[in-house]
Write a protein that binds this ligand. Structure first.
Ligand code: G3P
Ligand code: CA
Length: 230
């Protein structure tokens, strides 16, 4: 199973910060997950739509300026740009970039080839996910070679049909509704199944039993250790 450090090693460091990404690397994570928004045309790494709950700032993130973003912090850490995170990781592990905010496709189309030519990432190491499936469709039209992954937050009417619609590499599902049927359907369509957010060792073992290929965990070290126990 592939273990993603969810929002970096967010059980140990402020989520979606360079510190959380560095901690994930230190723990030996094979993959990290992060969330991006568009601020004045640049992708920045942050989860929420509003800054209020998780930073010292206030307001809707895609409406503030870069200067304002640089003036606030998340538990003492700055809010990084996606490029800064990619520079830090530099091809050392898989990066799952979740398109969380609006207008995030165009800047990613611009950044994607540079991440490969300048920072040493392969297309297998840049996995682009989103709950916004039209965004993934748009991305795939511009970058057919990109690895995309639809996220689902509830049980779909058509099983893993979205995998075929998007020619997706993987399907990302909430642990609350995962089922053997959905895992099998995704696999039959040629996609991996990655499940979020899983911190309990018993859950990891149960997911492995039904053939899940990976999980997102805030404590990637514990998840990796769990896999060596059974
Ligand atoms: O990408 C998996 C997971 O991160 C999706 O949910 O809310 O943590 O971004 P959320
Ligand atoms: Ca996410």
């Amino acid at each position: 199973m592939l273990i993603f450090a969810h929002r970096g090693a967010s059980g140990y460091q402020a989520e979606n910060t360079l510190a959380a990404m560095a901690k994930a690397l230190e723990l030996g994570a094979q993959a990290v997950e992060l969330d991006v928004h568009n601020v004045e045309g640049e992708l920045v790494v942050f989860h929420d739509r509003r800054l209020d709950n998780k930073s010292s700032g206030t307001g809707v993130i895609h409406l503030v300026s870069k200067d304002y973003l640089a003036s606030i912090n998340v538990k003492g850490e700055s809010i990084p740009t996606l490029w800064q995170v990619l520079e830090l990781i530099a091809g050392r592990c898989i990066v799952n970039i979740e398109l969380k905010g609006i207008n995030t496709v165009t800047p990613l189309i611009d950044l994607y080839p540079k991440a490969m030519s300048q920072l040493g990432f392969t297309k297998e190491q840049l996995l682009i996910s989103s709950f916004n499936h039209p965004y993934l469709h748009e991305l795939k039209q511009a970058l057919p070679e990109a690895f995309v992954a639809p996220l689902l937050a509830s049980i779909p009417l058509d099983g893993a049909g979205v995998v075929s619609e998007l020619n997706a590499y993987s399907l990302h599902l909430d642990v609350s509704f995962i089922s053997q049927a959905l895992v099998d359907d995704a696999h039959n369509r040629g996609a991996k199944v990655y499940v979020y957010t899983v911190d309990h060792i018993d859950d990891i073992h149960a997911l492995k039993q039904i053939g899940v290929d990976g999980v997102f965990s805030n404590y990637p070290d514990r998840a990796m250790q769990a896999l060596t126990q059974k």
